[in-house]
Design a protein. Structure first.
Length: 132
């Protein structure tokens, strides 16, 4: 950890150089005009940070669709925090997933993590009388 911090500061420590991938790819996106910003470039481009991968490939519409789903999960967990003893844990996990996906890649679109994210989030729908 000290190597990355000494070499480039806190940004390099957290992103491990992935911000440079974004700087390279964003020029293609922005040069394509408003259509590319709205719809994205496609082509399965990656910068190893999920929010930027979503923006590059699917544009603003993709970010709105995909992240509105995750914010809906956060809202449901927050809404049920007093009625369900697991909701606070699920809320914490969801916040950590969004933060981790913003700093690294392959979390939001992970086929391996998807079933576990679904299983964790369904816990907010189970009434307390069945939990114990």
């Amino acid at each position: 950890m000290g190597f990355f911090y000494d070499k480039g500061g806190i940004l390099l420590l957290f992103l491990s150089g992935r911000e440079e991938y974004w700087l390279e790819e964003k020029s293609d996106l922005l040069e394509g005009g408003i259509g590319n910003i709205i719809m994205g470039l496609g082509e399965a481009r990656t910068v190893e940070m999920d929010i930027f991968d979503t923006f590059l490939n699917y544009g603003v519409i993709g970010i709105a669709v995909i992240y509105s789903f995750f914010f809906y999960l956060l809202y449901r967990a927050y809404q049920n925090r007093n009625q369900n003893s697991w909701a606070k844990v699920v809320l914490f996990i969801d916040v950590m997933l969004i933060i981790a996906s913003s700093l690294s890649g392959h979390i939001v679109f992970s086929g391996m993590a998807g079933p576990f994210i679904a299983l964790v989030n369904v816990l907010v729908l189970i009434p307390n009388k069945y939990i114990s």
